[in-house]
Design a protein around this ligand. Structure first.
Ligand SMILES: *[C@@H]1O[C@H](CO)[C@@H](O)[C@H](O)[C@H]1NC(C)=O
Length: 390
């Protein structure tokens, strides 16, 4: 003890090693081999083959999406009997979010004047003029009350007269117009992606140099899996919707483009996978998607008129996900090392089992302990040895 303190530098050159005991216990031996086998299977089968633990993965994908819808529909509106994408795609600049009108209610030729409020608006009915406070807006309604209670046109109920865009929108069933041809509309999707970590960029237009192919092809999982033009009806049915149902009420659809690029393979293997999912619930209150917009015009007398549209349709949302992976020596070493650490757990478990098993026939261990003690005694100075020996 005194010597050790007197020269602490010597401590620096000490190396502690573990003393190994080889035991002939067949069960524990077999158990340990079995454990090693499991670890090796885990390392090779799961970590390397399944999870590709020898690769570094980049899942921050940079992407841009351009979309274009095409198709013509015959409709019956006051301003036109033919609708193209300029009419039914909103917004029309072709980004990753777009809305395709499939059904609408037109309320043509509205002007700012007075008329009875629509009976479908809550709190609009009245029995007396007293029910209609002048100057008050109808909650969720179309205008400001004028103070009179009026019989609505072609209806038995009385509602407050309003000043607003008149006549008001009719309840839906009478006036909805379906774009039946919408099922055959096509959606062209151009997607550009980049993996910065590997400095690699790609696009989903794989047949570059064949513009005529893109103009004529239609996406099909088997025959044209890389064609970027989709039929709207196919998108809707693959998302799990019934076309007629959602075309009438509207709905949200996610178009997922998934890239999984393994650069240890040929990079030409890095292809987009398309899938479609419905993004709305089917409860009556939350189902559907609609909104309103108006087109304004002036007549010769300078009066402003507007056509109001309540439109129902598909809200399409293009989402891009992806991962790129490549061999990395650092990742390989880290994964192997972390798996090998599990080996230590195995030997610990085997030690514990051995300790329990040898309780019965611990003579073998006792002799080992005895031998240890003797070695220790030999090393001790004489005065302490005497104390120890009895
Ligand atoms: C869609 O196109 C197919 C084939 O061109 C045609 O038979 C079908 O009637 C069209 N559907 C609608 C709703 O126009």
């Amino acid at each position: 003890m005194a010597r050790r303190c007197s020269n602490p530098l010597l401590y620096l050159f000490n190396y502690t090693t573990v003393r190994y005991v080889v035991t002939q216990n067949k069960i524990v031996g077999l158990l340990y081999r079995f454990f090693q086998l499991i670890i090796m299977c885990y390392l090779i089968g799961w970590v390397f083959v399944t999870k590709k633990g020898y690769q570094v993965v980049d899942d921050t994908i940079e992407s841009s999406v351009v979309t274009k819808v095409k198709g013509i529909a015959r409709v019956n509106t006051t301003f036109s009997d033919l609708w193209g994408p300029e009419e039914y795609v909103i917004p029309d600049h072709g980004g990753k979010f777009l809305f395709v009108v499939t059904n609408f209610i037109e309320t043509p030729n509205q002007t700012l004047t007075t008329c009875p409020e629509s009976p479908s608006v809550p709190f609009s009915t009245c029995t007396h003029d007293d029910n209609c406070t002048e100057g008050e807006a109808v909650r969720a309604g179309n205008g400001i009350k004028t103070g009179t209670c009026r019989k609505t046109d072609g209806n038995e109920t009385n509602t407050c007269e309003i000043y607003g865009w008149c006549p008001t929108e009719k309840p839906r069933r009478e006036a909805a117009t379906m774009l039946r041809e919408a099922e055959n509309f096509t959606v062209y999707i151009r997607n550009f992606i980049k993996f910065s970590q590997f400095n690699l960029s790609k696009t989903n237009i794989l047949k570059e140099g064949y513009p005529s192919y893109i103009k004529t092809c239609l996406h099909d999982e088997i025959h044209h899996p890389y064609c970027p033009v989709f039929r709207l009806g196919d998108i809707v049915s693959k998302a799990g919707y019934r076309f007629e149902e959602v075309a009438a009420k509207g709905g949200s659809i996610g178009i997922v483009i998934k890239w999984s690029c393994d650069f240890d393979m040929d990079t030409s293997d890095c292809h987009p996978q398309y899938s479609f999912m419905s993004m709305g619930s089917s409860t009556p209150v939350t189902a559907g998607y609609n909104f309103r917009f108006a087109r304004y015009s002036s007549d010769a007398a300078g009066r402003t008129h507007r056509n109001l549209y309540k439109v129902y349709g598909f809200q399409l949302n293009v989402m891009v996900f992806g991962t790129a992976s490549q061999f990395s020596i650092i990742h390989t070493i880290i994964n192997v090392a972390s798996v090998l650490t599990l080996m230590a757990v195995g030997s610990y478990i085997c030690d514990v089992i051995l300790l329990f098993m040898v309780k019965k026939k611990y003579a073998k261990f006792e002799s080992l302990i005895k031998a240890d003690k003797e070695i220790a005694l030999q090393k001790m100075p004489d005065h302490s040895k005497r104390k120890f020996s009895h």
